[in-house]
Design a protein around this ligand. Structure first.
Ligand code: PMP
Ligand code: GLN
Length: 389
């Protein structure tokens, strides 16, 4: 008999761990897990080295060093015009992942309904379930990955506590428009619902798209908890420095949980984050140029293959329709692709509730947070698909 508690037994192994293990075992190019295969910018490395020499090796303040909280608040003012109190309205977390889990623990009562737009980042559902919440799913429809306003409205009820939103969106690369966000904001106000807005890809947006912060829409500041982190912007996914922003009551609810999950976040890396966050406005243009070029590289490789990619407006992922390869489902395709051409992707059914996985059966997610060398090599390998379709 398994000694695993039932609350985790059904969760399985994350698809990221599974596909990375498969790619490593088979020597495939890993376009699966969204982790850069290159170092962060040299400035970031230098600030990390300098932080190591600073006397900041013991527990940081549980909410985060005041200097980091001030830098996060300044970042939010610079990019979004927000005015936040660094003492009460910002909390440093161990990546956005801890923010998601602690927010669910801190805000969701057992039996509360939580709306998830499908596909959703995999830890959302685990977080809702571990808090005893009841998930309600609303599909995003290909190829634009928008929601049907009627379907979304129908998911709201007097039992709804919170909606979980992610823009720019993993895995589809969608950047929600102001009009879509306004529709969500109006429903939140009509039904007195909180929003958790996961904006970890806030700075990875491409020409023509604009990232809008949900919390800046009228009436949303007091009911939105915004999460972000350093990982994607600065190519430091292993650092796990993130933050939660919002009104004092929401942020203190997250901290109530966080203080017993991790107490505080890594002191040295937080210290490095002060200079890094202050540098963001200077770095973002270079970041966007870098990822536009990488997106074009992978997009043209996929366009030259029998796969049909959906061009992303943001993030470092591309969803591609795999129907031409006639595999049983997305997991079978992902396993076959590793064997047949030596490229790993993520089967997006991991971003769907079990009952809705068939919606993902003809899709694969490819990441382009990789060196140009890796992307050229992958393009070369993907050429072989033309002979296999
Ligand atoms: N949210 C989304 C949508 C993500 O893609 C990721 C990537 N890991 C996370 C949250 C987690 O962020 P972090 O690495 O800062 O914990
Ligand atoms: N967010 C990353 C992705 O979507 C992976 C995160 C993880 O490995 N847990 O690929």
């Amino acid at each position: 008999m398994s000694r695993m508690a039932s609350r985790v037994a059904s969760l399985g192994t994350t698809i990221f761990a599974e596909m990375t293990a498969l790619a490593t075992a088979k020597g495939a190019l890993n376009l699966g897990q969204g982790a850069p295969d290159f170092n962060p910018p040299p400035e970031v490395m230098t600030w990390a080295q300098e932080a190591l020499q600073t006397p900041c090796h013991q527990y940081a303040h549980g909410w985060g060093y005041p200097e980091v909280r001030s830098a996060i608040v300044e970042h939010a003012r610079h990019f979004y015009g927000q005015t936040l109190d660094p003492q009460r309205e910002v909390l440093v977390t161990n990546g956005a992942t801890e923010g998601i889990f602690a927010a669910m623990q801190g805000l969701v009562e057992a039996g509360d309904e939580v709306i998830l737009l499908e596909p959703f980042y995999d830890s959302y559902l685990a977080g809702v379930l571990m808090a005893g919440g009841v998930p309600r799913f609303v599909p995003l429809h290909a190829p634009t990955w928008t929601f049907d306003p009627q379907e979304l409205r129908a998911a709201f009820s007097p039992r709804t506590k919170l909606i979980l939103l992610n823009t720019p969106h993993n895995p589809t690369g969608k950047v929600f428009s102001r009009a879509e966000l306004q529709f969500i904001a109006d429903l939140c106000q009509e039904f007195d619902v909180l929003a958790l807005s996961d904006e970890v890809y806030e700075h990875i947006v491409f020409e023509g798209a604009q990232h809008v912060r949900l919390a800046t829409l009228d009436g949303m500041a007091e009911r939105t908890l915004t999460l972000s982190s350093l990982g994607k912007t600065f190519s430091v996914t292993g650092w796990k420095i993130g933050w939660a922003l919002g009104s004092a009551d929401l942020v203190s609810a997250v901290n109530r949980a966080k203080q017993y999950i991790s107490y505080a976040s890594a002191s040295v890396l937080q210290w490095a984050a002060v200079a890094i966050l202050n540098w963001t406005p200077h770095y973002v243009p270079a970041l966007q140029a870098m990822y536009s070029a990488k997106r074009d590289l992978l997009l043209s490789a996929l366009q030259a293959s029998p796969l049909i990619p959906s061009p992303p407006q943001g993030t470092y992922f591309i969803m591609a329709d795999t129907s031409a390869l006639k595999c049983a489902d997305d997991r079978a395709f992902a396993a076959w692709l590793v064997e047949a051409v030596g490229v790993a992707c993520i089967p997006p059914s991991a971003f769907y509730n079990a009952a809705h996985r068939s919606l993902a059966q003809n899709w694969a997610r490819f990441g382009f947070c990789k060196t140009d060398e890796t992307l050229h090599a992958a393009a070369h390998r993907l050429e072989r698909l033309t002979h296999l379709a």
